[in-house]
Design a protein around this ligand. Structure first.
Ligand code: SIN
Length: 291
């Protein structure tokens, strides 16, 4: 555990490849000094968890803005859909259905490993997710340290990815569902899908550390390769990241706020009982062009 001189903040690293609990802060009334400690812990540990917070939507948005300008989630970007009246920056992550309509995104199934909004030109730098209703069991969220994954790459794979880029499908979600407001190519060829192209190895604009940037597996394509060759390289990279010791799993409680660095991590959400209620709110902070 690390005490922060001059503040009551304690930083308790998870002991896994990433993640830390931040204790002794109230997110609704952070001094500039406390915010600086929180931001540095986020840069150092890639994901920070702050438990026991009583924070509403206005305070959630205000906290996000201290990290930078907020972006809109894909649904709002593409169709103007607003999930929370008065707070267009908030996306609801939920399986709850009201009046026959889902009130949020992602349902109750597993959400595969991904980095948020990898398919846009400037994917978010930070995501801030808070729990409002949580099932008794399931729905844990795991995070992967993509810097450690890059550092541990075998030399052959390091050479294979050097200078290469991935096209990140903007049309389908990782669960294969077409996003509202997008057009699927008539060819059915994943190379024709609209989506942003980003380097496979990116350098963090603040820390200077390098990480693998895989986005999501579904419909990814390594530019300039034959499709089969691209699939082989992606399969090898995913086998490496999934087979390594790069993960920390978070079990949700009410009042948790999680803040992750979306540039150098991926996350995955486990399934849960579809009859249980789960509701979280998320905002994302505008990022930069990956380089
Ligand atoms: C997400 O993928 O951003 C949602 C994670 C979760 O539901 O815990």
């Amino acid at each position: 555990m690390l005490d922060h001189v001059g503040t009551a903040i304690r930083i308790r690293p998870s002991g896994a490849a990433l993640g830390a609990d931040i204790e002794g802060i109230d997110l609704t009334r952070l001094s500039d000094e406390e915010f600086a400690v929180l931001r540095q812990a986020w840069l150092d540990h890639l994901v920070v968890r702050i438990r026991g917070q009583q924070i509403d939507d206005a305070a959630h948005v205000a906290l996000g803005r201290r990290f930078g300008d907020l972006d809109y989630n894909p649904g709002t970007r593409l169709t103007g859909k607003i999930y929370v009246e008065g707070f267009p920056e908030i996306v609801r992550i939920s399986n709850i259905v009201e009046n026959g309509k889902p009130i949020g995104e992602l349902g109750a199934g597993e959400a595969d490993w991904h980095s948020d909004m990898c398919f846009i030109a400037t994917p978010p730098s930070a995501s801030l997710l808070r729990s409002i209703e949580i099932p008794e069991e399931g729905g844990d969220t795991s995070f992967m340290n993509m810097e450690a994954a890059y550092d541990a790459l075998p030399e052959t794979l390091k050479q294979a990815v050097a200078g290469r880029s991935i096209k990140h499908d903007a049309v389908y979600s990782s669960r294969g569902k077409q996003r509202a407001g997008t057009v699927a190519p008539e060819s059915g060829d994943i190379r024709d899908l609209a989506g942003a192209v980003h380097p496979i190895v990116r350098t963090h604009p603040v820390t200077g550390r390098r990480s693998l940037y895989l986005g999501k597996r579904f419909n990814a394509y390594v530019m300039g390769m034959e499709l089969a060759e691209s699939e082989r390289l992606l399969d090898a990279l995913w086998a490496h990241v999934l087979g390594g010791n790069f993960v920390w799993t978070h079990h949700w409680r009410l009042g948790d706020m999680l803040i992750w660095d979306n540039r150098c991590t991926m996350h995955q959400r486990g399934s849960f009982d579809p009859n249980a209620r789960r509701l979280l709110h998320r905002v994302v902070v505008k990022g930069e062009t990956p380089a």
